[in-house]
Design a protein around this ligand. Structure first.
Ligand SMILES: [Mg+2]
Length: 191
């Protein structure tokens, strides 16, 4: 198996941010919004939260340990990260988190016994420079994948209910779960 350089997003690929947003909305505003609908465009346009409420929720889940550490890992992520390491691949987390939000993510990893190599590019910054040299990259946000076309040869969109409206054709391939992503990585490594 060829050793690969693998880039992964953090929120929505390692940690389950959809569930965390849903839980935070319940705690902060007493509103019940299912994780599969938790995307700014869906929640704010539907009038479930104001833009200000949405921003405040984001600040808390990404920037505070009180909320940030409540997140659950994405199902089966730990065992598959272990398998990737055992297969000899190099895994790097490329996230727009930086500063305080990156520190929260690192504390979350420590809580869950995950040792991950982070590159934090900063909010609103493209991941293209950081992802250069990766054989593949996976994100749950199509907007983050688009600038990587021509930079990273294999791009994957991690499917969740909240990104079901994104059409990745011409940019990325949808993967449904960690077992699905792992199988796709094995296929690339054995090409
Ligand atoms: Mg994400």
């Amino acid at each position: 198996m060829k050793p690969l350089h693998i880039g992964l997003d953090f929120d929505g690929v390692i940690s389950d941010c959809g569930r965390l947003k849903s839980e935070a909305a319940r705690l902060m505003y007493g509103v019940d919004i299912p994780p599969e609908n938790f995307k700014k465009e869906l929640v704010v346009d539907a009038g479930l939260l104001t833009l200000e409420q949405y921003r405040d929720l984001q600040r808390r889940i990404y920037g505070t340990e009180e909320y940030g550490l409540l997140a659950e890992p994405v199902p089966q992520v730990k065992e598959h990260l272990n398998r990737l390491a055992a297969d000899g691949h190099r895994v790097r987390i490329i996230t727009t988190r930086d500063g305080e939000t990156l520190e929260v993510a690192k504390k979350w990893c420590a809580k869950h016994g995950l040792e991950l190599d982070f590159t934090g590019v900063g909010f609103g910054v493209t991941k293209a420079a950081a992802a250069e040299g990766c054989h593949l990259y996976c994100d749950d946000d199509l907007d983050k994948l688009e600038p990587l076309v021509g930079v990273v040869p294999n791009l994957f969109l991690f499917s969740w209910g909240y990104n079901r409206h994104s059409d990745p054709s011409g940019v990325a391939r949808r993967i449904a779960s960690w077992p699905d992503l792992y199988a796709s990585i094995v296929a690339i490594a054995t090409e």
